[in-house]
Design a protein around this ligand. Sequence first.
Ligand SMILES: O=C[C@H](O)COP(=O)(O)O
Length: 253
Amino acid sequence: MRKPIIAGNWKMYKKLSEASQFVEALKNKVPSAEKVDAVICAPSIFLTSLVEAAKGTDLAIGAQNMHFEVEGAYTGEVSPSQLSDIDVQYVVLGHSERREYFNETDEAVNKKAIAAFENGLTPIICCGETLEEREAGQTVAKVSSQITAAIKGLTPEQVATSVIAYEPIWAIGTGKTATAADANETCGEIRSAIAQAVNEEVAQAVRIQYGGSVKPANVVELLSMEQIDGALVGGASLDAESYLQLLEAGANA
Ligand SMILES: O=C[C@H](O)COP(=O)(O)O
C-alpha cells in the first residue's frame, strides 16, 4: 500500500506571522509520518522560518517552484541547491498556474524534476486538463503527455519516489471537484502512462495525488479511491484546523 501524502499549497497567501501561527497551531497534532506524509508548500520568503518552526515535528516543508540551474544570473529565481541547503524537502513543479502565467513548459518541468533529484528534493509534478480539453475527450492524452515529458531521463527509482499531482484545471479554486470516480479513473490512466514509460513496478509505487477544491468534506471519499494516494490542496490548506482534518483523513485512509 502507498502511504498517503497530503500537501498544502499556500500559493501567494499569508504573512509571515500567519505562517508561523499556522505551524504553532499544528504542534503535537501532526499525525505520525509513518501513516501520512504532511507537507506545506509555502512562498519562498517563508521557507527558512517554516523549516525552523517545523523542526521536531512530522511536518515537511516544500517550495512552490524553483529554477533548474543550481546557480547563475537569474534575477528573482530560487535554485534547487538553495532549497536543499535550508532543508526544504519537496518542490511543486509544473503547477497549472505556473504553466499558464509564467510560461512553464513540459521541457522546463523535466529539467526541474531532474535538478530536484540531483539536489535531494522530492518533486510534486503537476498535470491536468482544461475544461475545453476535457469536453473534447483529451484528458488522458493531455495528462499522459505532460507526465511522460516530465519524467524523461529520471531513473526508475527517481520516478518511483516522485509525487504526481493530478489537478483538473477547471476544478482549481472553483469549488468544483471532479467526482471521486472520475479523478480515480484519470489517476489510473496516469499510472498506466508511467507503466508504459518506465515499468509496472514503478507505476505501482509512485504516489498520485488529486488536487482541485479538496476539503475536509470530500477528502475521505477521494482518498478511499484505489488510484488516489493523497491530495494537493490550495484553499483548504490555509486554515490549520482544516489542514489537520485533511491530515487525519490521510492518516486513516
Ligand atoms: O495546488 C493546489 C491546487 O491548485 C488546488 O487548489 P484549491 O484546493 O484551492 O482548488
